[in-house]
Design a protein around this ligand. Structure first.
Ligand SMILES: Cc1cc2nc3c(=O)[nH]c(=O)nc-3n(C[C@H](O)[C@H](O)[C@H](O)COP(=O)(O)OP(=O)(O)OC[C@H]3O[C@@H](n4cnc5c(N)ncnc54)[C@H](O)[C@@H]3O)c2cc1C
Length: 396
């Protein structure tokens, strides 16, 4: 091996929540790792930054109470108590989840986790992108020319994973994820828009998906997404939406775009027992809410445990990892069904009408399905809610 090549047990590509969580967990398990990030921290990251209860739990489990507290004080930007569904601009139904919704500044959160991984002894570097991989020799080459030899590779490089692209070229049998939604978003100053203090989801603005307005302290995130379609001008649609919302000084803001995995989970998330896909790179995003931080953290941690299992020869790490992803995939699939149904406006109308009459169900649905992430279908949840309601009425 040439002198210029460094080596590591585990090389993680991508310093988002999935990559940093994997690095943190690996270090806690005493495993040597390198975490590589293309952008220079603190980097821009398009994200609503909303944490559900399951995200908070995943972070607390990973970091411990004290460190989780430090993360919140460094990156929390707002706490909201209501969630509203609109059709076009008409408010359809609103609910107040049991737990407040906390919104984080993603660049700060990601930088915190990246630094935390480094503080635990992971070798980190940013501002250098992965360029190529020799999958036979297990050597990754970066744009700067740096080369790293690894035993295990973790692809945590997001929705448009470069590792996935390289692997597809290397192995034509590798089944990659195919669908992604295109997203456009921007943060505007709070004084340039009049909004309610609620997490707002807007249906009927774009076909097959939704738009959102998230108040985040001094700024408000506005965005929309749509299954990728080259002929659809997303930026123009976002400008129209901003006009509808009455945004002032529109021209002073720059709209940014990115991809979000949508109905596109990898069938197999491990390639030949040593390349692990985590977070967005594995397609682990809930298409109903666009939520992916909790799955990124959970899959990153699980991949670390699986690699440790293989290294210590204490079990079949590949099978363990695929098994650990099953509950996440099952919830995401259920959300896919609801998201598909909601793209028909008559179904959304019907659901909103019913939800208005039964606000309790809307709260229950949010608390159980969105916040806690219970693995039940819409109809199972409805049945369970009815039982609880009937029990309450009987007691009265
Ligand atoms: C507009 C928008 C709003 C969202 N809102 C929410 C929300 O409110 N709540 C929620 O839970 N989720 C939300 N999500 C989803 C969430 O942002 C993602 O699921 C989450 O960031 C996934 O984490 P990750 O670490 O897998 O990927 P990422 O966060 O995308 O991190 C991947 C990292 O890999 C790096 N990288 C890429 N290529 C290379 C390379 N060649 N070499 C080295 N590094 C590379 C990138 O620079 C990046 O830092 C939202 C997403 C979008 C797009």
């Amino acid at each position: 091996m040439s002198d210029s090549i460094t080596s590591t047990k585990v090389l993680i590509i991508g310093g988002g929540p999935a990559g940093s969580s994997c690095a943190i967990k690996l270090r806690k398990l005493g495993i040597d790792c390198v975490l590589a990030e293309k952008a220079r921290f603190p980097r821009v990251k398009l994200c609503g930054g909303m944490m559900t209860l399951k995200t908070k739990k995943a972070l607390r489990d990973l970091l411990g109470d004290d460190c989780y507290g430090s993360l919140l004080s460094e990156s929390r930007v707002s706490v909201l108590h209501s969630f509203t569904i609109y059709q076009k601009l008409e408010k359809k139904v609103s609910c107040n989840p049991k737990e407040p919704m906390e919104l984080l500044d993603r660049p700060k959160m990601d930088y915190f986790l990246f630094r935390h991984a480094a503080s635990l002894g992971c070798k980190t570097f940013d501002g250098d992108a992965l360029s190529t991989i020799d999958f036979k020799e297990k050597i990754a080459t970066f744009v700067s020319g740096k080369q790293i030899k690894y035993e295990y590779l973790v692809a945590a490089d997001g929705a448009s994973s470069h590792v996935e692209r390289l692997l597809r070229r290397h192995d034509s049998h590798f089944k990659s994820k195919n669908k992604c939604a295109a997203i456009v978003e921007l943060d505007i100053k709070v004084e340039d828009i009049d909004v309610e203090d609620t997490v707002g989801i807007y249906f009927g603005i774009v076909p097959c998906f939704y738009s959102w307005v998230f108040p985040k302290g001094n700024t408000v995130s506005i965005g929309l997404g749509k299954p990728h379609d080259k002929n659809y001008n997303m930026k123009a649609e976002l400008r129209k939406f901003m006009q509808l919302l009455g945004v002032r000084n529109m021209d002073s803001y720059e709209i940014r775009g990115c991809m979000l995995p949508m109905r596109s989970m990898l069938k197999k998330s491990v390639w030949r027992n040593h390349v692990f896909f985590v977070g967005d790179a594995a397609g682990l995003v809930d298409p109903l809410t666009g939520e992916g931080i909790c799955y990124a953290i959970a899959s990153g941690s699980e991949a670390a445990k699986a690699i440790s299992m293989i290294i210590t020869k204490s079990g079949d790490g590949t099978a363990m990892y695929e098994k650990a992803l099953l509950p996440m995939k099952s919830i995401i699939r259920k959300a896919e069904i609801i998201q598909r149904a909601f793209s028909y406006s008559f179904i959304l109308d019907l659901v909103c009408k019913r939800a208005k009459k039964r606000l309790g169900f809307m709260n229950f649905f949010y608390d159980e399905f969105v916040d806690k992430g219970v693995d039940e279908s819409y109809f199972q949840l409805k049945r369970r809610w009815r039982k609880i309601e009937n029990g309450r009425t009987a007691v009265k």
